[in-house]
Design a protein around this ligand. Structure first.
Ligand code: URA
Ligand code: SF4
Length: 194
């Protein structure tokens, strides 16, 4: 088992796919390593590539607001992406790029052991939940895999272009907060029983 710091060090030197050639910085991901809630986007954009941090541009500011709206803080959660290096012109990562990178995310999830993973947008939801998933039809419902509940929802960049979808995203976030509360009260019950 690697520690998060070891994993980060490997990742920062990674040249497993062609995105290594054009990146400025690897964007490993950041946040609370004991988080119950994790957000997974698609890949770094311009600002993320420049700063080496996930979701720091316009979409990131919206994500921060949405996290705040469920009474949480960016420091309470963990934020990562499917690919850790920026795809040129913000194109979607290819199958071979996400395939090369996904093990880093799998290790992050194993170390953090979140209760819920929110998949931000189609690339993330398809990779983590179901390759056939349709965000417009399947957003908002939890899919349980192993011990983790996955919630597909709109990507904040999509919400910036489609104001009207914010209403649905807000429903999704409220449901995530309610699910966390429910899971934590179940844990409490179980502890009492023991
Ligand atoms: N969009 C993403 O999918 N991830 C980021 O980190 C920033 C924007
Ligand atoms: Fe390595 Fe992932 Fe970057 Fe590709 S995107 S070079 S697999 S860290």
């Amino acid at each position: 088992m690697y520690t998060m710091d070891e994993l980060k060090r490997f990742c920062q030197r990674c040249r497993k796919c062609r995105l290594a050639q054009t990146r400025t910085n690897v964007v490993f991901g950041e946040g609370n390593e004991q988080a119950q809630l994790m957000f997974v986007g698609e890949g770094p954009g311009y600002n993320e590539d420049m700063q080496g941090r996930p979701f720091v541009g316009k979409a990131g500011q919206l994500l921060d607001k949405m996290i705040g709206a469920i009474n949480m803080d960016r420091k309470d959660v963990y934020i990562a992406n499917i690919v850790k290096c920026r795809p040129p012109e913000n194109r979607n990562p290819t199958e071979d790029e996400s395939g090369a990178c996904i093990d880093y995310l799998r290790w992050q999830v194993r170390l953090i052991q979140p209760k819920i993973i929110v998949c931000l947008g189609s690339v993330s939801a398809k990779k983590l939940i179901d390759p056939e998933l349709s965000i417009s039809r399947q957003r908002g419902s939890f899919v349980k895999k192993g011990d983790i509940y996955f919630m597909p929802t709109f990507h904040p960049s999509y919400l910036l272009r489609n104001e009207s979808a914010k209403k649905e995203a807000w429903e999704d976030f409220k449901n995530v907060a309610a699910k966390l509360k429910e899971l934590n009260s179940l844990d409490k019950e179980a502890n009492k029983a023991w």
